[in-house]
Design a binder for this molecule. Structure first.
Ligand code: TK8
Length: 358
């Protein structure tokens, strides 16, 4: 499945020539870690249906395959996972609701739309809170993060593990963006930007003078293609593996938010499983999350370079330019930090600081 770029060259006085340029579909990726650990006892056959938002080339999908492989091998084929990519079963919000009713077993949404279940997760939506991947991972591994996962208890959803979606970058089809003023558009209208279904994200883009529209991820490509919105923000790997460059000319390396993914299972499904199967699924979720972070890391800059190669104009922002964005979104902190909890924000900031001082 090599993606092919078809370019039509018209040679003077000659027939039209169609040239295909093959692009690598993935970077050089680490092999998944060897699967070890005992085979679990026979507690019957189980098939888990798992819906995800992203495409088959994404770290989200590739790590989900690894998750499925661990369960397959360590149960001698008794636990199988069917992965449904590309939001084909629904978007993040819908799939979480399906977990609650038991009509879907597993999903892997961003934390942002999950704030309706666990409000504290909104701390991840605060702009420029997590400056480096190292800091982000330290937060994901912290006790305070674990208590957010525990916060799902009783919602009908069991949250198994955090993983990485990644640093979000702005893309759009209207103009180059290097400053908050470019977002707001001084002489022209502000950019219309699709956001995740999350109030902090709405607030970020409103504050920057954009015209934000919350929308399901699965509807985004055609919304951009039809010009319903000018742009969106997601990690480079998502922009690439979702082919957004086909409908987006400009990218800006804003890194304005780092959002995690959360691997989830329906409590109805969970409660039906034997304890030994539960333990295996929990362990596999953590191993797959770790592998995904590695894949996402390998994808990140590579994806940006691929996008550039495929014709997207990418604007890299220097420290001063990032600082200008940071300053512009300060009102988002003033509004949201008290609502999310000043103590929680301070606790996360402390973890970040500790990683910077190491
Ligand atoms: C995929 C989503 C997506 C997220 C978004 O299901 O909605 O923009 O970043 O990747 O979780």
């Amino acid at each position: 499945m090599t993606p092919i770029w078809r370019t039509t060259l018209t040679l003077a006085g000659a027939a039209t020539l169609s040239v295909s340029i093959a692009h690598a579909q993935t970077p050089d990726l680490s092999e998944p870690p060897a699967i070890d650990g005992d085979v679990v006892g026979d507690h019957g056959s189980v098939t888990l249906r798992m819906g995800i938002g992203l495409a088959e080339t994404s770290p989200q999908y590739l790590s989900s395959q690894y998750f499925a492989d661990i369960l397959d091998q360590r149960s001698e084929g008794r636990i199988s996972v069917n992965i449904f990519p590309n939001s084909q079963l629904g978007d993040d919000v819908q799939m979480m609701e399906m977990l609650q009713t038991g009509s879907l077993d597993m999903t892997y949404p961003s934390s942002s739309p999950a704030t309706t279940y666990v409000e504290e997760l909104a701390v991840f939506d605060l702009p420029f809170l997590l400056p480096t991947r190292e800091a982000a991972i330290a937060v994901l591994n912290s006790e305070v993060a674990q208590s957010m996962l525990d916060g799902f208890d009783g919602t009908g959803i069991k949250a198994l593990a955090f993983s990485e979606n990644g640093f979000r970058q702005l893309s759009n089809s209207a103009r180059e963006v290097a400053s908050p003023e470019d977002v707001a558009g001084l002489d022209v209208r502000g950019l219309s930007v699709r956001t995740m279904e999350n109030p902090v994200h709405l607030s970020i883009w409103e504050t920057l003078g954009a015209n934000p529209t919350p929308m399901a991820f699965g509807e985004l490509f055609s919304a951009m293609e039809q010009g319903v919105v000018d742009g969106q923000e997601n990690p480079w790997s998502t922009i690439l593996t979702s082919n957004f460059h086909e409908v987006q000319d400009y990218g800006s390396e804003t890194r304005h938010v780092y959002t995690p993914f959360i691997k989830m299972i329906s409590e109805r499904t969970w409660d039906r499983l034997d304890a030994e199967y539960q333990e295996l699924i929990q362990e596999a979720a953590l191993q797959a999350a770790e592998y995904e972070i590695q894949l996402a890391t390998e994808y990140d800059d590579w994806s940006r370079n691929q996008l550039e190669e495929r014709g997207m104009q990418i604007t890299r922002l220097d420290d001063d330019q990032i600082a200008a964005f940071q300053e512009a979104v300060q009102p988002v902190y003033d509004e949201w930090a008290p609502r999310i909890g000043e103590d929680l924000v301070a606790e996360i900031q402390q973890i970040v600081e500790d990683t910077m001082n190491d």
